[in-house]
Structure formats: C-alpha cells, structure tokens
Ligand binder design. Structure first.
Ligand code: FES
Length: 354
C-alpha cells in the first residue's frame, strides 16, 4: 500500500486491532503506520503524502482495524498481515509457558471440554440416532454453547434419507465420504467426497446415497435438532442455481505456509456463512482470535488444539467448536500436514484474525 509515494507505509502491528465502534461516530484510521495512537491517526503522517482514512460507523459494531497497513479492505483487516515477511508466526509447543498447559484426555464422552466454552467433539465416539437409512448426532448446538450455528454429523446408508427442512436457516453440507446426490427442493446435484453444498432458508433437502455418505450438516441460526418433513416441497430458488463447491487448486489462497480455499461462499449467494477447506503444515499457530464463531472439522492426520490453559489431541472426524473471540491455536503434528474444513458464522474471510 505504498502507492509509489516517497516513503513506504510502516507496519504498525503484525495483527489487526479489535475495536468496538459506536453508531454515528467518525474514526480516522492511520494509513501511514506512523501514529503512536494505533489504529488511529495522530497527525504523524505530516511530511508524507499519506492521509488518514475516515470511517463513520452506521451502527454499534465490533471490527478489526488493519494494523499492518497492507490490507486491501481499508480500514479493516483482510488477513494480509499473514503474508508479510515474518507475518504469521508459529508458536513453540515446547516453550516453558506451553509446557504448563494441561492435556485434557479423551473419555467415553464424545465431548472434550477446553477452556472458554471451547470443545472438541469426537464423531467416532458418538452414538447416532436412527432415522430411516440415516444415523445422526448433534455436534454443535445452542444447548452446547453455540450462539450462531449448529452442526450435525450424519451417516446415510444406501438409499434416500428423510426430507429435512432448512426451517428458515442457512444450511451448509460437507460431504466427507461417499457418492450420491443431494436433492434440494426437487433439484438434484451429484456429490462426492469433499463437496460443499448450500441450501437456502426456504428450501428442504434429502441425501440419496449411491455409496454410504458421511455428511456434516451445518445450519445457522442454530437449532437443537433437524426438522423433518413428510414430503419434498418443490420450492428450489431458481434465482440461485449454483449450490455445490468442489476442490479447485486454482482457487487456493496462501496464508503464510498454510493454504485455504473457500467452498460455500458469497458466489453461492451465501452471505452469512462461509465454508472453507484448508491445509495446515507441521506447525503450531500463534494463539489468536476471530470475530466469527467457527466449527473446524479435522479430515486426516493428527494434531493438538490449544485453548488458554488447556489442550487436547485431535484426529480424523473430530470437530473443534470455537466461540467468537476465543483465544486458540491449532497444532498439526503430522509431518506432511493435515486438512481441515471450517464453517464460520457470521463471516466471509477465514484469514481475518487478531
Ligand atoms: S498518523 Fe498515520 S495517517 Fe495520520
């Protein structure tokens, strides 16, 4: 963001600045990076050709102002700091401080509770309730502490699942295994492993399994259970025909040594929920926070998730629930790295953190 001016911007902070804006108030974001009152201008740009960027808050809101001054969405963070030299720091899992973090061991209960209402849910240890050819269990729900989303883990045997109403909620599926079709209000879409699917709030859906399907069903606002229908309503929203998202290496975005690709996102007209798939190398991220609520599904490999003074081991089929603003870190312990799928509500950019 130098703009070819005579002096470069200065990196005020490698991370964004969390701030609570007040409706109607005007803020002057420091663009030059020289202010001593970050993230706001204190006049230190005098003598440069930079000017502060004003922002008037329309409503009370929580934001992350850019601290590195390299954002493409000024004045707010877009995650650009992660790709600056030394921008995305790893954390030493063997540091003195980290050695004091308690390991929470798995038990017969599928839920492992960590600090700050954060938890890991093991789908392998969960009992599934039966509904026709489908077995399912809640993984994330309002009763389990979520404010924005629910998630259900389902296994669908050959044949058709019952019809499920979106019930006024944005619904996102992730097909972890199996082949078949997802029928959305009468319209069918072929799906296979690693496919994301978006279902609009007014619609209903069912899964047709040609080989057994393993599916993670996310919805928001969250619900305690799925809502079943006797018949499939023919109410597919024709104005939004694009519903499936598949792996496309050309869509990969770099975040330091990590990669992610958006699956269900605004291109599917999904405006409040975003689904992504990411690759994490052998490393432990520096602890950080997000403004969105997140569910992270571990697809393969092995790792450790850290939340404040607790940590626990994770593997394939585990799901990490992270409340908004929860300090956390994900460590991959597999030499070749591992893959995760994230669902964030509300949010559209998994790279934004502070
Ligand atoms: S001090 Fe940086 S733009 Fe004013």
């Amino acid at each position: 963001m130098n703009d070819g001016k005579e002096v470069p911007v200065m990196i005020a902070s490698r991370k964004g600045f969390y701030y609570e804006l007040k409706a109607g108030k005007r803020y002057l974001w420091c663009r030059c990076g020289r202010s001593k009152q970050q993230p706001f201008c204190d006049g230190s740009h005098a003598g440069t050709s930079f000017l502060p960027i004003p922002y008037k808050a329309e409503r009370d809101e929580e934001v992350i102002f850019c601290g590195c001054k390299h954002t493409g969405t000024a004045p707010f963070c877009d995650g650009a700091h992660s790709n600056l030299p030394d921008g995305y720091r790893d954390d030493d899992p063997h540091s003195l401080e980290n050695r004091r973090v308690a390991l929470v061991a798995a038990s017969a209960d599928p839920t492992i509770k960590l600090d700050g209402q954060c938890y890991v849910f093991s789908t392998a240890r969960a009992a599934l309730a039966r509904r026709g050819v489908m077995g399912y269990t809640p993984v994330i729900s309002p009763a389990m502490g979520a404010l924005y989303q629910s998630q259900f883990y389902a296994k669908v045997g050959r044949g058709a699942s019952p019809v499920i109403s979106a019930d006024g909620r944005h619904t996102v599926l992730f097909i972890a295994a199996g082949d078949g079709e997802i029928e959305i209000s009468g319209r069918r879409f072929a799906v296979g492993p690693l496919t994301g699917v978006y279902i609009r709030p007014s619609e209903a859906y069912r899964m047709h399994a040609e080989s057994p399907l393993t599916v993670f069903i996310s919805n928001g606002p969250g619900s305690e259970d799925l809502v079943w229908l006797e018949h499939m309503p023919a109410a597919f929203e024709e104005a939004h025909p694009q519903r499936c998202a598949v792996i496309d290496p050309s869509q990969r975005q770099k975040m330091a040594e990590r990669y992610y690709q958006l699956l269900v996102n605004r291109e599917h007209s999904s405006t409040v929920v975003t689904q992504f798939i990411g690759t994490i190398p052998l490393s432990k991220a520096e602890p950080h926070r997000h403004l969105y609520e997140e569910a992270l599904i571990f697809l393969n490999g092995a790792g450790v998730v850290w939340a404040e003074k607790t940590k626990t081991a994770v593997g394939p089929g585990d799901v990490l629930f992270l409340p908004r603003k929860q300090l956390h870190s994900v460590q991959c312990t597999t030499p070749g790295g591992f893959d995760v799928v994230g669902v964030i509500y509300p949010g559209d950019n998994p790279a934004v953190n502070y």
